[in-house]
Design a protein around this ligand. Structure first.
Ligand SMILES: Cc1ncc(COP(=O)(O)O)c(C=O)c1O
Length: 392
């Protein structure tokens, strides 16, 4: 008999009733050190007092109001995002997938309105992940995600990661945009070198096409800058955001320049919940902390400490782990043993990591994880690795 929850997930057996900072707690009091943060969602950890206060104050005042009316909390968050980024304008969604949908629509409408309706093609890359909607799976294009769900939304051209010649050859008079994650998340924590991101920007400028960055996983302070592309000193035309921006409340956004957004006039897009007072109030509280340069410098310091601990862990367990990669607090450990076995062995030691493609375990902890928790996490991962060694 089919379970009452559609069985699309394979779930670990833990069930948490409470969260505190970087810790998740089960009903019997067992405490797990959370290095996954809901897959890069709980940017400030669990139950951060400023976020709890913002959410409860707003919940006591007003939950939902339609986008038919003014929403001051939405206006405030849009103003903050415009102040802190390349963007001139923001549309709020509830998830990364919805942000992908709008990014695709926005790029196509841009060209339609410019009198080039044939420019519909969006270039994407192998190993990418942009969500599970029809546009999201067509954009990523992997068989794993698309098999059985055809006919797929057309107009995506999938290229190998890091093949500059193929990229130049793929651009045609039907190209609307290039869409890419500055750091691939699901694809196994693969950062695009700054030089490549700069090269992509130049290529887009040369051909007059749009650059869409998917910062759903790598954005909102995760790499030690507010958004990852800032390290390369470039700006996109359109950017997809979600996850960390809501700190655990479902919230996403598409940020764009005035030029890229020029086709999105009244009636061209909408959302019932996107930009609701609860989500935007929490989003403002997240940004108040994360956009502070001192907080971002701390993220880089913590990232340095975690990376150093992981290097030590790899040296201690060379048969289990191979290398560390990634940037900021978006780190991946390439494994020699099975990454799934290591994640499961971690659960036995009450430490949570997240598997990714290419036999990698991902560490995406809260951006305010303490040094003590980093040290404790390393101890627990080492104990998990020792157990794996005993079975090899
Ligand atoms: C880079 C990237 N884009 C898009 C998505 C989809 O976001 P959501 O699951 O919020 O719809 C994800 C989710 O993992 C992601 O990592």
């Amino acid at each position: 008999m089919i379970p009452s929850v559609l069985p699309t997930y394979s779930r670990a057996p833990m069930s948490f009733v409470k969260g505190e900072g970087s810790w998740l707690i089960e009903a019997d009091g067992r405490r797990f050190l959370d290095l996954g943060a809901g897959i890069a969602v709980n940017a400030l950890g669990h139950a951060h007092p400023a976020l709890v206060a913002a959410l409860t104050d707003q919940a006591n005042a007003l939950w939902h109001v339609s986008n038919l009316y003014q929403i001051p909390q939405q206006q405030k968050l849009a103003d903050l995002l415009v102040e802190h980024t390349f963007a001139d304008t923001v549309f709020f969604t509830n998830s990364g997938t919805e942000s992908c949908e709008l990014a695709v629509k926005m790029a196509r409408k841009y060209w339609y309105d410019k009198g080039a309706p044939e420019r519909v093609e969006i270039i994407t890359f192998e190993g990418s992940f942009h969500g599970r909607s029809s546009a999201g799976i067509a954009a990523a294009g992997s068989e794993k995600m698309t098999k059985g769900f055809g006919p797929l939304l057309g107009g995506f051209k999938h290229l190998a990661w890091n093949d500059h010649e193929a990229l130049t050859a793929a651009i045609s008079d039907q190209t609307a945009a290039i869409m890419i994650e500055p750091v691939q998340g699901e694809g196994g924590i693969r950062p695009l070198p700054d030089q490549c991101l700069k090269g992509l920007r130049d290529l887009c400028d040369e051909h007059g096409i749009l650059l869409i960055l998917d910062e759903v996983q790598c954005g909102v302070g995760r790499t030690g800058k507010l958004f990852a592309h800032e390290w390369a000193g470039i700006e996109p035309d359109i950017m997809m955001v979600a996850k960390g921006i809501g700190g655990g409340f479902p919230l996403g956004a598409v940020l764009a320049t005035e030029n890229a957004a020029s086709g999105m006039t009244a009636g061209t897009h909408g959302s019932t919940y996107g930009g609701n007072p609860l989500g935007c109030t929490v989003g403002c509280a997240v940004l108040d902390t994360v956009a502070d340069p001192e907080f971002l410098a701390d993220v880089s310091r913590r990232a340095g400490a975690l990376r150093q601990s992981l290097e030590g862990l790899i040296a201690e367990h060379p048969d289990v782990f191979e290398s560390v990669r990634g940037t900021g607090l978006m780190l991946g450990v390439k494994c020699k043993a099975s990454n799934i076995d290591i994640v499961n062995a971690g659960y036995d030691q009450q430490v949570i990591t997240v598997p990714a493609a290419d036999n990698v375990i991902r560490l995406l902890p809260a951006l305010n994880i303490t040094e003590a928790d980093i040290a404790e996490a390393t101890k627990r991962l080492s104990a998990a690795a020792s157990k794996i060694e005993q079975t090899v």
